[in-house]
Design a protein around this ligand. Structure first.
Ligand SMILES: [Cu+2]
Length: 240
C-alpha cells in the first residue's frame, strides 16, 4: 500500500493510508471475484455437442439477481467507505486541533513563499522569517497554515503529510498539520498553473525543537544582514 514506499510524516497520514487501503481491499476483492465468476461462466457454458444455446432476456426476478444483488452490495460498501471517509475528512479539513503556531504559505507563478513566525512564535511581527521554496517546521508541533495565491489557482501538496489543498486567489484558506518525523521532504504544486507548473516544487524541512531554534537563529541573522540590500525586499514587498 502507499506507505510501503512513501513515508508518513503527519498525525493524519496513517488515517488517509488506511482509508486508501480499505478501498483497495474492497475493490480488489470484488474485482478478482467478478473476473473469476466471468471466466468460470465462459468455461461452464462453452459450446458443447448436444447443448443448444438459450436466449436469456434477463426478465424474470431470478435472472435479474445477477444485476440487483451486486447493486445492493455496491450501495452497502459505498456507505461503509463513506462513513470512514467522512471521519477522515472531518479530522483533516473541517475540525482542527488548537494551533501552537501559524505559518503562511503563498503560492505564485512559479514559486512558494513561506512566512514563518520566527523566534517569538507570532506571525506578522518584526522577527518573521520569509523563505522561498523551503518550509521549516518543528517536530510534534501543531501548525495552522494560511494558504494564499497571488495569481492563479495552485495546489499545496505535501505527500508525506498526505495533505493537499488548493490555493485560490483572493482567499486565505486555513488548514493544519502536525509533523511526526524529522527530515527533508517534497512539496509540489499539484494544480496545472501555467507553463512553469512542473517547476514549482519546494522542500519541507522538519527539525527537532533544538535544531529548529538553531535554524531560526541563523535565518534571522541572514535576514538582518541582507535587510536594505533589496535582496529580500522584492518578496516581502508583495505581501499576501
Ligand atoms: Cu502552481
Amino acid at each position: 500500500m502507499p506507505y510501503w514506499y512513501l513515508q508518513q510524516a503527519s498525525t493524519f497520514a496513517g488515517d488517509v493510508d488506511n482509508l486508501v487501503l480499505l478501498i483497495t481491499v474492497i475493490v480488489g476483492f470484488w474485482f478478482l471475484a467478478a473476473e473469476f465468476i466471468f471466466f468460470w461462466l465462459i468455461w461452464r457454458f462453452r459450446a458443447r455437442d448436444g447443448h443448444k444455446a438459450a436466449y436469456v432476456a434477463g426478465e424474470t426476478k431470478r435472472e435479474k439477481r445477477w444485476v440487483s444483488y451486486p447493486h445492493y452490495a455496491v450501495l452497502a460498501f459505498d456507505i461503509l467507505i463513506l462513513i470512514f471517509a467522512l471521519r477522515v475528512w472531518n479530522d483533516i479539513k473541517i475540525s482542527a486541533p488548537p494551533a501552537e503556531e501559524r505559518i503562511r504559505v503563498i503560492a505564485q507563478q512559479w514559486a512558494w513563499t513561506f512566512v514563518h513566525a520566527g523566534p517569538d512564535g507570532v506571525l506578522d511581527t518584526a522577527d518573521d522569517i520569509r523563505t522561498v521554496d523551503d518550509m521549516h517546521v518543528e517536530l510534534d508541533k501543531t501548525y495552522h497554515f494560511e494558504l494564499h495565491s497571488r495569481d492563479v489557482v495552485h495546489s499545496f501538496s505535501v505527500p508525506v503529510f498526505r495533505l493537499k489543498q488548493d490555493a485560490v486567489p483572493g482567499r486565505a484558506i486555513l488548514g493544519w498539520f502536525r509533523p511526526t518525523r524529522t527530515g527533508e521532504f517534497d512539496i509540489q504544486c499539484a494544480e496545472i498553473c501555467g507553463i512553469g507548473h512542473g517547476l514549482m516544487p519546494a522542500r519541507l524541512i522538519v527539525r527537532t525543537p533544538e535544531e529548529h531554534r538553531a535554524w531560526m537563529a541563523e535565518a534571522s541573522g541572514m535576514a538582518s544582514a541582507t535587510a536594505g540590500t533589496g535582496l529580500v525586499a522584492r518578496v516581502e514587498g508583495e505581501g499576501q
